[in-house]
Design a binder for this molecule. Sequence first.
Ligand code: B12
Length: 340
Amino acid sequence: GGRPLTGRLALYLLALRAACQPPDLGAKSPPLARLKYALEEDWTGSQQHGHPLTNYYQYSLGVLALCVHRRHVREELIRRLLAAERHDRFGHGDGHAVDTEAVAGLAFACLHQARLAHGVLASELHEAVRSVARKLLQAQGPDDLIGNVFSTPLALQFFIATNSCESEPEYSRARDALLQSLDNFTNPMAISQLLPALYGRSYLDIASMNCQGERGTLQPISPVTQPTELGNIIVGLVVECPKRLCHHHVLYNQSVTVPAGSSLLDVLEVASKQGHHAFTFKTQDSLYGPFLTTVMKVEAKWQERRSWHLLSAPNTSLQMGIADYKPHDGETLILRLSKW
Ligand code: B12
């Protein structure tokens, strides 16, 4: 079976509300009902495997979207998320935990502020909001970002939603650092998480939006064309697989020549056409762009929680995907099958 569509449905419902559209639109299977069902599937998965079938980021988005639509969320589902937060179960390496921590924090804050929970649960939500705040502040690095540049917008959204911006000097430092790093935001999905924070808003504000007198505020802009760079660059491409899973540890190791300004995806495409040592790969479309799923015929199975991890040699994890990352001359890229 496939994975539940928790995250997609949640984003769709948040977008409908933000666009002042009614959620059900006479659909045969209304998205709110589908989200509730997907979340239940994820919850069952978490009982069986110790984690949701999707991930805690999507699980949190699901709870958040139901809360923004002021729909009841079963106590057990909330408790699962509270327990995961308490036991630091959000990490999958690479600072990905910060993104999840922030979205879970938004969900807790929403449930608490909307008074959708009572008694002990309400005070546990309150305590969880404070715990998220503490962990996010701990994740602030010497560069003032919270996690990395792409998790900082979600962390700021959390501080905006909980009105802790004025009281925390760390907040303004993180915001200033982010404003200095806006060049990194070329991916539309990353921008969609950034924009509310830049305007001092969070996903929680969607719930209280005034839907009267909406004007056409979405104006298309003409894309800025990057100046084309001249000449070629040479990059190394290495594919590594743990010995337990593959016959050889290094499945591929070659140099690839591409025009300057090429993306890692361009490198992979050129490699797949060059020489007798043919490189092969497959991708799957996601909201972030193409996600690398198979390399040299080895598939990273999500059921086994494996993925093709992108690194720059010797050991720096890339902060962008294959379509967005632009290698520089002489750099060696490593594709490593990893557990997360
Ligand atoms: C969970 C997660 C993962 C999981 C996904 C597996 C799973 N089944 O859950 C794992 C750990 C495998 C992962 C891997 C990577 N991730 Co990730 N991931 C996330 C996270 C926390 C949530 C994604 C999600 O569920 N979104 C909601 C659903 C509705 O959207 P979706 O498009 O349907 O979801 C799928 C894709 O998003 C895909 N995915 C996850 N990460 C990435 C990254 C890229 C670049 C692409 C194209 C797709 C992709 O997996 C999701 C589940 O199938 C986000 C946080 C965020 N702020 O968005 C980071 C995030 C998207 N990941 C990021 C990165 C950099 C990566 C890697 C490139 C890291 C690396 N050096 O290898 C790799 C992808 C490499 C590849 N094979 O192509 C960055 C992207 C930044 C950017 N501007 O491009 C984010 C924002 C985290 C961060 N703050 O740095 N990721």
